[in-house]
Design a protein around this ligand. Structure first.
Ligand code: HEM
Length: 431
């Protein structure tokens, strides 16, 4: 394939589909030479583990994150600078498993607030767009549980601004042949407008949250961890936590809204577990309280990892899974394919949660399940996300009946995160 055709195929079509097609022909390791840029694609657990864990020190996030930097600035996810380690060390204690157990009661309350909103939606009796409903739900949860701020007004405007801005930066990443931001194209102007809405919202969130944070709780810990950051870095860290906090969980929950009605036995197990649900105390461990919900979420993350592909650039020549990779190549890692590979997961692409034998006990290679990444750059919010999603899916199963209008398998597209290729629309009613 010539360079232009490759760039066009990657940028204009769904980049995930491009790599899935290439993978079907060439297998787990693919090298493309685009003249100045060499691209490596890896989907084996061995390579994933090496890139994230054993060779992490050689890797930077690099050009694969340049689009996202336009939205998240130099926050933890996109930060390639020397201060990443200090920022991460400051925030680690706030998101440790022990700390998250302490905050699980607030996460529970935030999920209940989200259920009240879903109830209103169900009572309106109209078809529900579950993707949108799950984004509202997870945004409300992160606002309330992590920042102590409830989103009551202007919620949809903020959802829309984030959705547009994220889609825009995902497009920039997939298709670098675009007009630079300073050129006032219609799309660039819409992006600037969305960014202005987001920045106003963040200013308010930071001010409100800081005044709340005197009362302690998770927002208190976040702001004392970020004490001393100038306003720009504070903005970047807050938007990163906020955005990472709702986008990925919304996508996982949307897939679950499509999957669960087609697996009545699993839904029944969830409902029976939900009968014992109480507000977690600081000493409770939510994954032990809710083993079925935890496995259901893990299985959704195995099949539909929101961050289905990630990028790195090595700072020096290195060897990955036996291949010589030159410094500054673009390295793409694909947990999505590793997590469906039948050599590692006998159930392949079938949704088969197994609470009797948790996923961690079925793991054949540490690189075969990496929805949260791995190693030093592993997701900071992993424990928060697992607690949040286990509680949210339990409450939804407890409180609602629902059915997608089209239960046929969902096509997939990767637009910054992995999404259903069509909206998941359906009926929702209170049980
Ligand atoms: C389903 C839920 C989630 C998934 C699947 C997920 C996935 C990931 C992945 C794969 C990475 C690593 C990216 C890379 O190495 O290139 C990451 C990083 C990160 N995530 Fe999450 N995430 C989730 C939820 C959250 C939540 C709830 C928060 C915060 C409240 C969060 C905050 C972060 C941060 C700050 C980083 C950057 C860590 C660093 O580089 O130091 N994530 N996430």
């Amino acid at each position: 394939m010539d360079v232009l055709r490759i760039l066009r195929a990657m940028g204009r079509s769904d980049p995930m589909q491009f790599w899935r097609d290439m993978h079907a022909v060439h297998g787990d390791t693919i090298a493309l030479n685009l003249g100045l840029l060499k691209i490596w694609f890896f989907a084996s657990p061995e390579a994933i583990y090496e890139i994230f864990v054993t060779q992490n020190r050689t890797m930077r996030k690099g050009i694969g994150y340049s689009g996202l930097r336009k939205l998240l600035g130099e926050g933890l996810i996109t930060n390639d600078r020397d201060n990443w380690g200090t920022q991460r060390q400051r925030l680690n204690p706030v998101f440790s498993p022990g700390a998250i157990n302490n905050y699980a009661g607030s996460v529970h309350d935030a999920c209940e607030a989200g259920m009240a909103e879903l109830r209103t939606l169900a009572q309106a009796g109209k078809p529900v767009d579950f993707g949108h409903a799950m984004t509202r739900l997870t945004m409300r949860i992160i606002s309330l549980a992590a920042f102590g701020v409830d989103l009551t007004q202007g919620h949809d405007e903020i959802v829309d601004a984030f959705e547009f801005a994220f889609a825009f930066v995902a497009d920039i990443t997939a298709d670098p042949i675009r007009a630079p931001l300073f050129v006032p194209t219609r799309e660039n102007r819409r992006f600037s407008h969305a960014l202005a809405i987001i920045d106003d919202f963040l200013d308010e969130l930071i001010d409100q949250s800081k005044s709340q944070s005197k009362a302690g709780g998770m927002s208190g810990s976040i702001f004392s961890a970020l004490e001393g950051n100038d306003r720009k870095l504070l903005r970047d860290e807050v938007v990163t936590l906020y955005f990472a906090g709702f986008e990925t969980t919304a996508r996982t929950m949307t897939f679950l809204m499509h999957l669960l009605p087609q697996h009545p036995q699993i839904l029944a197990q969830l409902r029976s577990e939900a009968q014992g649900l109480t507000r977690p105390a600081a000493t409770d461990n939510v994954s032990r309280m809710l083993p079925v919900a935890t496995e259901v979420v893990n299985e959704a993350l195995r099949l539909y990892p929101p961050v289905a592909m990630m990028a790195r650039q090595p700072n020096a020549d290195c060897v990955i899974d036996g291949y010589d990779v030159k410094a500054n190549s673009l390295v793409i890692v694909c947990p999505f394919l590793a997590q469906r590979n039948e050599a590692w997961w006998p159930q392949g692409s079938a949704f088969a949660p197994s609470p009797e034998t948790p996923l961690s006990e079925r793991l054949l290679h540490r690189g075969a399940f990496a929805p949260f990444g791995a190693g030093a750059r592993m997701c900071l919010g992993k424990h928060f996300a697992m607690v949040e999603m286990a509680l949210a899916v339990t409450m939804i199963a407890r409180d609602f009946d629902w059915q997608p209008d089209d239960p046929s398998p969902l096509g997939l597209e990767f637009h910054g995160t992995l999404r259903p290729a069509r909206p998941v629309i359906g009926q929702l009613s209170v049980r």
